[in-house]
Design a protein around this ligand. Sequence first.
Ligand code: ADE
Length: 237
Amino acid sequence: MSFKASILTLYPDMFPGTLGQALAGKALKSGAWSLDVTQIRDFATDRHRSVDDTPAGGGAGMVLRPDILAKAIDHVSSTEDRRPRLLMSPRGTPLTQAMVRDLATGPGAVIVCGRFEGVDERVIEARQLTEVSIGDYVLSGGEIAAQVLLDAVVRLLPGVMGNAASGETESFEAALLEHPHYTRPTEWEGRTIPDVLTSGNHARIDAWRRERAEALTKARRPDLWQAQARKKPTADR
Ligand code: ADE
């Protein structure tokens, strides 16, 4: 049984979007994962097919109704469904590579794409939605965020990544940012490739890459550097 993603959205035409292209798109066509997309509005009950209403207590914006969203969720996910239910939201837990890896080993995910000011809190509780954020900025909806999350998950699924080794050594898996990369031509616009990389001395190359990765991490991501220094107390700060 391959990874199964179910999307709930008011904008189904946004899918598969980027997930229909490149690595994720090929994996979708090959059956390494599957995607179904449900229009939340199909579960509206009034003749205007409305899905939102004004916030209790007043204020700006509109709130997604709990009854409509619950019906949509129940349509795609029964009580026996073991898949986690996620709600893409800027107030969610920040997405990390550890969460991505966890999801990739599971049966799939039911992903609700938020819109408007928010979603009625009662449906988040009653349907056990885990709120996930892709970063500290506000998108106009959760659709792009859901694609970001699924892209990160799909590339880790069995048989998806061509070169498995490139997955392991990448940023965050090793808790360091990646070292710089170079390829031909050996001279371009007067710029050359660092000599060590053409030396053929693999011990020296590994040491150089490690040093560059550490320097980049310290400069750009002091938070990551500190976190890995705590994990490995011998590492210098
Ligand atoms: N919806 C709007 N902004 C978002 C964010 N930063 N992450 C996830 N979902 C969102």
